[in-house]
Design a protein around this ligand. Sequence first.
Ligand SMILES: NC(=O)c1ccc[n+]([C@@H]2O[C@H](COP(=O)([O-])OP(=O)(O)OC[C@H]3O[C@@H](n4cnc5c(N)ncnc54)[C@H](OP(=O)(O)O)[C@@H]3O)[C@@H](O)[C@H]2O)c1
Length: 260
Amino acid sequence: MINLAILGATGLVGQKMRRILAERNFKFDNIFFFASKNSAGQDLYFKGEKYAILELNEENLLNNNINYALSALDSPLAKIYVKLAAENGITVVDNSSAFRMDPEVPLVVPEINPEEALKANGIISNPNCSTIQSVVALNPIYKNFGIKRIIYTTYQAVAGSGINGIDDLKLGDWGGKNNFYPYQISHNAIPHIDDFVEDGYSKEELKMVNESRKILSDDSLKITATAVRIPVFESHMVNIVVETEKPFEIEQIFELDNLS
Ligand SMILES: NC(=O)c1ccc[n+]([C@@H]2O[C@H](COP(=O)([O-])OP(=O)(O)OC[C@H]3O[C@@H](n4cnc5c(N)ncnc54)[C@H](OP(=O)(O)O)[C@@H]3O)[C@@H](O)[C@H]2O)c1
């Protein structure tokens, strides 16, 4: 029996989850869509059927026999509701940063470490969007040639900030003032994603450093990252400079596939 919940079903990630579940014809017995009380009671359509959006609260989450959930909540909400769900027997795949570096929570990339998901004690964490695309490319290089050092530079679309980011770019493009970013994003590039920490890195940059080490299971990797928000709606770009342990010919890199 699969009774599946989507937490944050109306947001950018939640919408994408719904689209992918429909495209892949994912089989379930019942499905529930959760969002804030602002959306609760509104209808959404999934595979031609109409569903009422449920307010995310303890009662709705725990009284519907839900046993699996995909969470697209922000980190503070995930710390409450993903934790609550897991403590009550619901297996949750979480997209936020809330549990990624928790040593008890597996950080899973299906192309790299799917077996880690089986060790989960209720929560399976999903990496940051820039980390995940990078480690898929780096993992075969790591396995075949070893890696000493990684320098990441990412240029990230406003979709990475969710609906607020999209709205700020649209507003700026029409001459409006920024509501969400610290500066206008339209016609601009802002090297500031998530909060800054004391040493001058942003948390987004540190996510790339720490999550890459955890996924590749190597805390000795030397990694630095620069993350810049740019005024495009969708698609992040990452430029990666990598120094390997062993020498290679570039053709050997192109011949590697994800699973080699
Ligand atoms: N966007 C990306 O590319 C991306 C990539 C990877 C991971 N993530 C992570 O995924 C998560 C979601 O990101 P997003 O871009 O989808 O954000 P978003 O577009 O802002 O969507 C946020 C979702 O959370 C719901 N929500 C807000 N406040 C709530 C509350 N008090 N109670 C219950 N639900 C509430 C919203 O419902 P309403 O519509 O009712 O407000 C909406 O469904 C974040 O942790 C983000 O860091 C995002």
